[in-house]
Ligand binder design. Structure first.
Ligand code: 0PR
Length: 395
């Protein structure tokens, strides 16, 4: 059988085939993905996106209305992250944002010769390694403390003649930890280095934790010395995939990542993104979701996720077979096993249909309490976790 046949199939044949192929997907509605940082996008965003499929955000000269909407998304996120006049762009997600941030560090230090270096703690997301690899730069990784936070002194100590920038994280992938941004920013300012904050996950969580009095984290443009911040509407922003965003404090930084496309006109001619053709629909969907939910909508979503996070904590802490790596800072938990190996417990959970990550730093099962996790899911998850962690292997 040819893979790409000459004669096309009917729409209903195609739909049926696709349905059977997709039977292996574990959708959010099942409640089973419990380590994902994305979730079921808000229905309004899905509706807007599905009506905007033809719109190309790489062609803002043609889609000038979509360009205005992107501007409003940037301005809303700027407002959320304490930057009155943001310079930035939406992106395809946290990876592209980190590549752009590192590119801006490299380009701002063009005069430096030799292998340019970026400093970040070892809890930085894998996309930062990818960025250094792509950009031909060296990522110098520093130690973390016993709470898995970056150590400012270690960062300062790692600064050398080839250092061109620093990365820190607000909401680490591993444990949802927030690095000591203020102290790192002091170091960055002292050494006149740009500082990027990866708030891919935390950007749509921390401001609301602060509002709710659950956290007190200064992590964004409120902190002098922070030069760029990235956050992803397609994670806790409930926007449709793909939608990330990076903001720079000054136009100078945005310019360093902007290229001219000579054959395009007007708004399309200057592109600060890695991608050319890119969906405007997910940007429009994100705009709609942000407008519809408002800050109060996100606050209640974060409150709900934190309530469920604390329910998990309250059951894990007294357990004789499970323990927590750290006290949860946001809606992410790292769970350790006391009796059976982590690998075995994780495998047992996978066998039961759960989609859990085995996280290396520290070795834990990683749970992200996203809005698609209901009280029922949390309860079922914990029942299975207790069982999976409670049986000693008989060998
Ligand atoms: N920065 C941080 C702090 C992140 O956690 C992530 C994604 C990124 C950047 C990259 O974002 P994009 O994926 O949008 O490019 N973190 C998780 C990841 O490593 C998200 C995740 C984790 C998704 C587990 C699914 C999953 O099962 O992909």
């Amino acid at each position: 059988m040819q893979m790409f046949e000459d004669k096309g199939l009917t729409t209903s044949e195609v739909t049926q085939m696709l349905q059977s192929l997709l039977a292996d997907d574990v959708g959010f509605a099942s409640g089973r993905p419990v380590a994902s940082m994305s979730t079921e996008p808000h229905s309004l965003g899905v509706e807007v996106f599905s009506r905007s499929m033809e719109k190309n955000a790489g062609r803002f000269h043609t889609f000038a209305g979509s360009a205005k909407v992107e501007r409003e998304v940037i301005d809303m996120i700027g407002d959320l992250l304490h930057l009155a006049e943001p310079f930035g762009t939406t992106t395809s997600g946290g990876t592209e944002s980190n590549i752009l941030a590192m590119l801006s560090h490299r380009e701002a230090a063009r005069k430096k010769t030799g292998m340019r270096e970026i400093i970040a703690s070892k809890t930085v997301h894998a996309s930062v390694d990818k960025a250094a690899w792509i950009l031909g730069m060296k990522l110098v990784k520093t130690e973390v403390d016993d709470q898995f936070k970056a150590v400012p002194d270690a960062i300062e100590h790692a600064i050398g003649p080839n250092t061109v920038g620093i990365f820190a994280t607000a909401g680490t992938t591993y444990l949802g930890q927030v690095d000591p941004i203020e102290e790192i920013a002091d170091t960055a300012s002292k050494h006149r280095l740009p500082l990027h904050i990866d708030a891919a996950f935390g950007g749509f969580v921390i401001p609301f934790l602060n509002d709710l009095g659950i956290g007190h984290h200064a992590f964004d443009f409120q902190v002098d010395g922070v030069t760029s911040v990235s956050t992803d509407p397609h994670k806790m922003g409930l926007g449709p995939i793909p939608c990330g965003c990076i903001l720079f404090r000054s136009e100078r930084h945005l310019k360093t990542v902007t290229r001219q496309v000579p054959y395009l006109r007007g708004a399309s001619a200057f592109q600060p993104t890695l991608l050319g053709t890119r969906p405007a629909g997910s940007i429009l969907g994100t705009w709609a979701v942000m407008k519809h939910l408002g800050r109060s909508g996100y606050r209640s979503i974060v409150r709900q996720c934190m309530k469920r996070t604390m329910n998990i904590k309250d059951r894990v802490e007294p357990s004789s077979t499970l323990s927590l790596a750290i006290q949860p800072v946001m809606n992410i938990l790292g769970i350790k096993t006391k009796v059976v190996s982590l690998e075995l417990a994780t495998q047992k959970m996978e066998d039961r249909g759960w989609r859990i990550d085995l996280s290396p730093l520290p070795p834990t099962m990683r749970i992200v309490v996203m809005p698609h996790m209901t009280d029922g899911t949390v309860n079922a998850l914990l029942n299975d976790l207790e069982e999976a962690a409670g049986t000693v292997p008989s060998d």
